[in-house]
Design a protein around this ligand. Structure first.
Ligand code: PDD
Length: 277
């Protein structure tokens, strides 16, 4: 496997991360997961724009333009002969003596990327999944795709331990998103999801689903849902780069709608499949 390390392509065993890399010690960096279908990146522009924005928000100066970085990732795909899968990319503030303050300008950001296995979660997409409702204890800048994922990791594990596929996070009874996905409710044919503000990650799949709704006459409303309102939903689903569109049929012990994937979700799954075909 070839790994992109600061513009160079190295073998896995040639890559060494410094002990004092700030990503390693502080989670001081940002990342992206990009899906590859049939040897091509999906929604590359949106992922790149979000990556640049995340880096800017935490004041990391990326040493490459979007064009340069896209070229490097395309070369990475070619070298690894990746056809169906994904790329994980991250940038950290670099390696320097461990101090909270940013290091000086001579410290160079550390940018790495490598292929990851990704396949369609076909069974979950077909039958639907259950979620477990948990308090969202993350920080207040969830719009930044930060390497600090402790809140997400703990929620995902807790949900898993309770037998659910994913966590459904809420702040004081208002639903935000999943631990690694966006959440949507469907009521009377309209799709409801949390506004893309500081409390959620503005998912690239979410942007695509919004576009699909608008193009196909499905009302897409950025309105918060409450945990109490879950019982009155007709349907629900989650989205992410790796999940695509997965129906939600249960939240803890409560059924969503009739407890089976609903027609609006099915329609969006079909439209999304056409988009990536
Ligand atoms: N997670 N919300 C959170 C908290 C996420 O971590 C993700 C993605 C999403 C969906 O974003 P997108 O549609 O751009 O993948 C929403 C990635 C896949 C991960 O951490 O592996």
């Amino acid at each position: 496997m070839y790994i992109l390390v600061n513009g160079e392509y190295k073998k896995r065993d040639e890559v060494a991360i410094d002990l004092e890399d700030r990503g390693h010690q502080f989670g001081d960096g940002v990342y992206e997961v990009i899906r590859v279908y049939d040897g091509a990146f999906f929604a590359m522009k949106e992922h790149m724009e979000r990556f640049i924005r995340s880096a800017e928000e935490i004041k990391i100066d990326l040493p490459y333009t979007i064009g340069e970085l896209t070229g490097q990732l395309e070369e990475l795909l070619r070298l690894n002969k990746t056809e169906d899968g994904g790329i994980y990319m991250q940038v950290t503030r670099g390696a320097a003596a461990r101090k909270h303050l940013f290091p000086g300008k001579d410290t160079r950001p550390e940018l790495t990327a490598y292929p990851i296995p990704c396949s369609k979660p076909a069974k979950e997409q077909e039958v639907g999944i259950s979620l477990s409702l948990l308090e969202d204890v993350r920080w207040l800048r969830c719009d930044i795709k930060s390497l600090n994922l402790l809140g997400n990791v703990l929620a995902k594990q807790e949900a898993h331990d309770r037998g659910a596929y994913e966590a459904l996070l809420h702040r004081s009874g208002m639903i935000t998103e999943g631990s690694s996905s966006n959440f949507y409710g469907v009521k009377n044919g309209s799709v409801f999801t949390h506004p893309a503000n500081n409390l959620i990650l503005n998912g690239v799949t979410r942007m695509k689903v919004e576009e699909l709704c608008r193009q196909n006459g499905i009302e897409f409303l950025e309105e918060r849902l409450s945990t109490e309102g879950l019982v009155s939903l007709d349907e629900a689903f989650i989205t992410s780069t790796t999940s695509e569109v997965i129906p939600v049929i249960k939240v803890d012990e409560g059924k969503i709608g009739e407890g089976i994937p609903g027609p609006v979700t099915r329609k969006l799954q079909k439209l999304f499949d056409e988009l990536i075909a």
